[in-house]
Write a protein that binds this ligand. Structure first.
Ligand SMILES: O=P(O)(O)O[C@H]1[C@H](O)[C@@H](O)[C@H](O)[C@H](O)[C@@H]1O
Ligand SMILES: [Mg+2]
Length: 279
């Protein structure tokens, strides 16, 4: 049988690179910043423009009506992001918008593709580093065409863990996040890091630079592409309570193996986050 999704996969790589070039160029000009859910949840004219360009290019290539889209910047206008069985593109045009605004050089274009509610491939282009991460279900994960694998560390004391503070400034949530970070530091681990973009963080797990990345409050478009990349690199993808990963739950734990994941999970205090699909 012909490989049905190879063409969309190749196209996603192409489009991600084009989008990244636009983002790099936009960073040299004046950046117009607005806010979304709160004063620290930023969006720029580039986020909106790049999403339109990506979706426009996909529609032109594959037809207006055959594919569905869940995009960070068009999501609010559409209401809850419900994943159906139809071929669906899940897009974050600028993952790491705060980084982009401040010139902190970790900004990624994240494009994932799901069919029958299963992720088929993911592409993450870290556009200032000029690194392209990609993976197709069952076919391995790559960075710039070189195969990548998670680290083989099982001893938590020899691990580096990534987490982020996110954009929720509710005092109880911030307190819980800080307390969780403190507990993980005191295990002790070698260090806690964060690039400010979930998509890039997941690629750091996938290429073995860190052992785990978890976050509560991320959205499906932040982690959909990274989810395929981590798993295809040999890693595990879970809920922050150790149960199965749910793309719409806004909770995600990715790790090089189950031993590391379970040890970090022990220290996570879970706080509520409204689901992406409104369920
Ligand atoms: O809004 P963008 O697309 O930049 O994405 C988010 C990041 O991906 C999170 O890890 C991160 O913690 C932040 O919540 C950030 O907003
Ligand atoms: Mg994002």
């Amino acid at each position: 049988m012909a490989d049905e999704w190879q063409d969309p996969y190749d196209f996603a790589v192409e489009v991600a690179k084009i989008a990244g070039k636009i983002i790099r160029r936009a960073a040299e000009e004046e950046i117009k910043v607005n806010t979304k859910s709160c004063t620290v949840d930023l969006v720029t004219a580039t986020d909106v423009r790049v999403e339109k360009i990506i979706i426009g290019a996909i529609k032109e290539k594959f037809g207006e009506d055959t594919h569905c889209f869940i995009g960070e910047e068009s999501a609010a206008a559409k209401g809850p992001s419900v994943l159906t069985d139809k071929p669906t593109w899940i897009i974050d045009p600028v993952d790491g918008t705060t980084n982009f605004v401040h010139g902190f050089p970790f900004v990624a274009v994240s494009i994932a593709f799901a069919v029958n509610k299963e992720l088929e491939f993911g592409v993450v282009y870290s556009c200032f580093e000029d690194k392209l991460y990609k993976a197709r279900k069952g076919k391995g994960a790559y960075c710039d065409d070189e195969k990548i694998e998670v680290s083989d560390i099982k001893d938590i004391h020899k691990s580096v863990v990534i987490s982020e503070f996110g954009t929720n400034r509710n005092v109880d949530v911030v307190t819980e996040i800080c307390a969780t970070m403190k507990r993980i530091l005191l295990i002790p681990v070698h260090g806690i890091r964060g690039t400010g973009t979930a998509a890039t963080n997941m690629c750091m797990v996938a290429c073995g630079a860190v052992e785990a990345f978890f976050e509560i409050g991320i959205h499906c478009w932040d982690v959909a592409a990274g989810a395929v990349i981590v798993q295809e690199a040999g890693g595990v993808l879970l809920d922050v309570d150790g149960g199965p990963f749910d793309l719409m739950s806004r909770r995600m734990m990715s790790a090089n193996n189950r031993t590391i994941a379970d040890r970090v999970i022990k220290e996570i205090k879970i706080f509520p986050a409204e689901r992406d699909d409104g369920k």
